[in-house]
Design a binder for this molecule. Structure first.
Ligand code: CP
Ligand code: NVA
Length: 310
């Protein structure tokens, strides 16, 4: 049965470890085809708001709603002008009258919080400048397929201390994974996210010792150095991240059974080369596939208890 009925998913820590287990078990079952032919979201609609570009998030949420028997509609910010054409709270109070859930990709985490405060339906974070929690569900589905229970798993994230790094830290709280974040000095992840995670007992290490961080990792993870909206910082960042490019030579230094993950899109020639995403240790396209299964599971747990409103 659904375990997240009516709740919001703005950060990984909106889930308890028990919720995480339920969502993952459903994601694995959905990937095995165990829900085929069922329509648990029959008659339900998800509105998708985008202040930024997307391939994976947009496609997988849309296909997920279709496969679950519901419907998804895409609203670009050119059309709705979140906070410019119309205040965020009014957008929320309109959408809640028509749709059963809202997924939003935004700049500010505070925009998501405002949407959630003013909409009675579930609000899902489809990426903000601070966090990318739906990505991490797919990532953990992928590493569970390889390693089983993530407790104690040695995960190393290298690169920019961005939304992906912050969400990796939060997942250490949720799952008990042993997470190392390796960034150049000056590009560390959010201090409050880190302090809260350490206070909650998470196993998180912050370092700029790239060699030690990569050596023996069971999961090596990277992301772009220049996130959406940061294009003006490109030159300075490219210099700061010298040595952080994931190459086949770097993949030789992780655990022999280790895997390489990247949320994509890749900026080839910066944080990664094509020979790394095509490497036998790479699981980046399984990871992209799992966006669909993991989000179907999330949508099921958030929305399947709702009655169609017509
Ligand atoms: N990984 C990810 O969120 O991809 P998109 O930006 O294409 O949605
Ligand atoms: N850090 C990247 C992730 C893209 C999925 C960005 O915010 O652009």
């Amino acid at each position: 049965p659904p375990v997240l009925s009516g709740r919001d998913f703005l950060s990984s820590l909106d889930l308890t470890p028990q919720d995480y287990r339920a969502v993952m078990d459903t994601a694995h079952a959905m990937k095995r085809g165990e829900f085929r032919g069922q329509k648990p979201l029959d008659g339900l609609t998800l509105a998708m708001l985008f202040e930024k570009a997307s391939l994976r998030t947009r496609t997988t949420f849309d296909v997920a709603m279709y496969q679950l028997g519901g419907h998804a509609l895409t609203l670009t910010n050119q059309e709705i002008g979140l906070g410019t054409r119309e205040r965020v709270s009014d957008v929320a109070q309109n959408l809640e009258r028509w749709v059963d859930g809202i997924m939003a990709r935004v700049y500010l985490q505070s925009t998501l919080i405002e949407l959630a405060q003013h909409a009675s339906v579930p609000v899902i974070n489809g990426l903000s400048d601070s966090l990318h929690p739906v990505q991490l569900l797919a990532d953990y589905q992928t590493l569970e397929e390889r390693f089983g229970d993530p407790r104690g798993l040695k995960i190393t994230y290298i690169g920019d201390g961005n939304n992906m790094a912050n969400s990796h830290i939060q997942m250490a709280v949720l799952t008990g994974a042993d997470v190392t974040i390796c960034t150049p000095v000056g590009y560390e992840p959010n201090g409050k996210v880190l302090i809260d995670a350490l206070a909650a007992g998470a196993r998180v290490t912050l370092t700029s010792d790239l060699e030690a961080a990569v050596s023996g990792a069971q999961v090596l993870y990277t992301d772009v150095w220049i996130s959406m909206g940061q294009e003006g910082e490109a030159e300075r960042k490219r210099r700061a991240f010298d040595g952080y490019c994931v190459t086949p030579q770097m993949l030789d230094r992780i655990d022999a059974d280790g895997i390489f993950l990247h949320c994509l899109p890749a900026h080839y020639g910066e944080e990664v080369v094509p020979e790394a995403t095509e490497h036998r240790k790479s699981r980046v396209f399984d990871q992209a596939e799992n966006r669909l299964h993991a989000q179907k599971a999330l949508l099921y747990h958030l929305m399947a208890d709702r009655q169609p409103r017509w």
